[in-house]
Write a protein that binds this ligand. Structure first.
Ligand code: NAD
Length: 479
């Protein structure tokens, strides 16, 4: 199936007729093609967005809200179709796509469709000076949204929905590795009554299509989710042009387990926070630190539970771990496992590729647990972004806090304890944008989402996202 760009409400082939292969990671086969869009395609998307802006930015909040909620409803009524497409394109288990990815993409549109009707700006009464200030929150104009492959439609819509809710028009690019559901989404937009040009979806490589978006002089804001190296490159290009930037980047998140936690709940959640989506979630807890008094028990129980996870074809309902997203990514993850061995760490569980019968060329890897001796080793310092976690014991709160923070990233952290004072102390000091206590990936879309250090700048979610996609203008009136 060939994917096309969606520009000005219509489907287009790339002007230079350059195409990329789209792979199905469950069997390693090419099952379609997508455009590798050039500067000219991006320019056409920009022109469409620019001409839609005057009307869209003046469209009432109720009308914008109605259209966003309509997109959400159309997505909800096509969950099965979208979930199958996401699973095929990405390799994730169909059950995950059906219960997490696609429902969440629908929620993103519904949430921001509702949020825009509640978004208010401030006023300041300059008492004693006979003046009042009010702040306008105006849309920026044409903005760029660029997303990664791990949660394809979920993260794509997480950017697009707030951007259009506040009245911007968008040039958006999904990952070239998983373009399918963004393409299917474009089919729903006309049905939902989204005016032509408000959202334009261009496909292609980061280095061609993505680069054309970030260096476009009139695309005034970039919302990006992806790797830290790409984020640094985008910052370098965009900063001298004074673009607004939101960068959601990599992570190496600590999962800190104290002996006083609710053990069974912790164990079950830790299996999920380690290996959900083949460990390819930026929020996965890839460094597990366990209080020494329960370390041996945890090690035995964790390994036993992880060994029960079923690696299999993503379309099967009993599959826990599907395929990794690409051959190149599988190679990268395997390299890290080899590096861990070379650094004399102990592989407690697997590290092996799996052959799934009938799908021998798919990119399957068993969930892997590595026992490390120090937090300074490579597997604890670099983002692997696959089904690989490390475990090691700790003795004191100070020691584990220091190790948790001793990494260049700062996206999320998970804490397992029933001690409220310790919870407060640790939460205050953990260098992360998000701290979960006795849970993982519980998401309330109103909360700020983002990281510190090399995990990025800016926050998404709730009114933070609506603020990012608007410019504040203060008006001071003397009376
Ligand atoms: P990536 O950085 O390779 O690609 C992300 C997107 O950027 C893709 O659409 C890609 O085409 C585009 N891109 C690449 N080069 C570009 C350029 N020069 N100009 C403009 N765009 C360019 O990341 P990935 O491999 O797709 O995703 C995995 C990474 O994403 C991991 O590091 C993961 O931690 C991170 N991630 C972060 C979050 C978060 O919320 N912080 C969420 C999910 C994934």
């Amino acid at each position: 199936m060939n994917i096309q760009n969606y520009i000005n409400g219509n489907f287009h082939n790339p002007i230079e007729n350059e195409w990329l292969d789209n792979y199905n990671p469950s069997n390693g086969e090419v099952y379609g093609q997508l455009p590798n869009s050039s500067k000219e395609d991006v320019e056409n998307a920009y022109i469409a967005a620019k001409s839609a802006f005057p009307t869209w930015s003046q469209t009432t909040l109720e009308e914008r809200s109605r259209i966003l909620i309509k997109i959400s409803e159309l997505l909800e009524s096509s969950i099965q179709r979208f979930a199958e497409a996401e699973s095929k394109d990405n390799g994730k288990p169909i059950g995950l796509a059906k219960t997490v990815d696609i429902p969440r993409a629908a929620s993103n549109f519904r949430f921001f469709g509702n949020a825009i009707t509640q978004f208010a700006s401030e006023s300041h009464d300059s008492v004693g000076q006979n003046a009042i200030n009010y702040t306008l929150r105006q849309p920026i104009g044409v903005v760029g949204c660029i997303s990664p492959w791990n949660l394809p439609l979920y993260l794509f819509t997480w950017k697009i929905a707030p951007a259009i809710a506040v009245g911007n028009c968008v040039v958006a690019k999904p990952s070239e590795v998983t373009p399918m559901t963004a393409y299917l989404l474009s089919e729903l937009l006309n049905k939902a009554g989204l005016p032509k040009g408000v959202l334009n979806i261009v496909h292609g490589l980061g280095t061609t299509t993505g680069q054309a978006i970030i260096e476009h002089p009139d695309i005034k804001a970039i919302s990006f989710t992806g790797g830290t190296t790409t984020g640094a490159h985008i910052a370098k290009v965009a900063a001298p042009m004074f673009k607004k930037l939101s960068l959601e980047l990599g992570g190496k998140n600590p999962n800190i387990i104290f002996a006083d936690c609710d053990y069974e709940d912790m164990l079950e959640t830790t299996v999920r926070s380690s290996f959900a989506n083949q460990g390819q979630i930026c929020l996965c807890g890839s460094r597990i630190f366990v209080e020494a008094s329960i370390y041996d028990k945890f090690k035995t129980d964790f390994v036993e539970k992880v060994k029960q996870l079923k690696v299999g074809h993503p379309s099967k309902n009993d599959t826990d771990i599907g395929a990794l997203v690409s051959k190149a990514h599988l190679k990268k993850v395997k390299n890290y496992i080899n590096m861990a061995k070379a650094e004399n760490n102990v592989i407690l569980c697997s590290g092996n590729e799996v052959t799934v019968k009938g799908f021998e060329n798919g990119y399957y890897l068993e969930p892997t647990i590595i026992e490390v001796k120090t937090n300074e080793c490579t597997v604890n310092q670099e983002e692997i972004f696959g089904p690989v976690v490390s475990i090691m014991p700790f003795n004191t709160e100070d020691e584990v806090l220091q190790m948790a923070n001793q990494v260049k990233y700062g996206l999320s952290a998970t804490l397992w304890t029933n001690d409220v004072k310790r919870t407060m102390r640790m939460s205050n000091q953990l260098q992360a944008g998000i701290v979960w206590v006795n849970t993982w990936m519980l998401r309330d879309l109103r909360t700020p989402f983002g990281g510190v250090k090399a995990s990025g700048i800016g926050r998404e979610g709730g009114f933070e996202a609506l603020r990012f996609f608007t410019e504040a203008k203060n008006v001071c009136i003397k009376y």
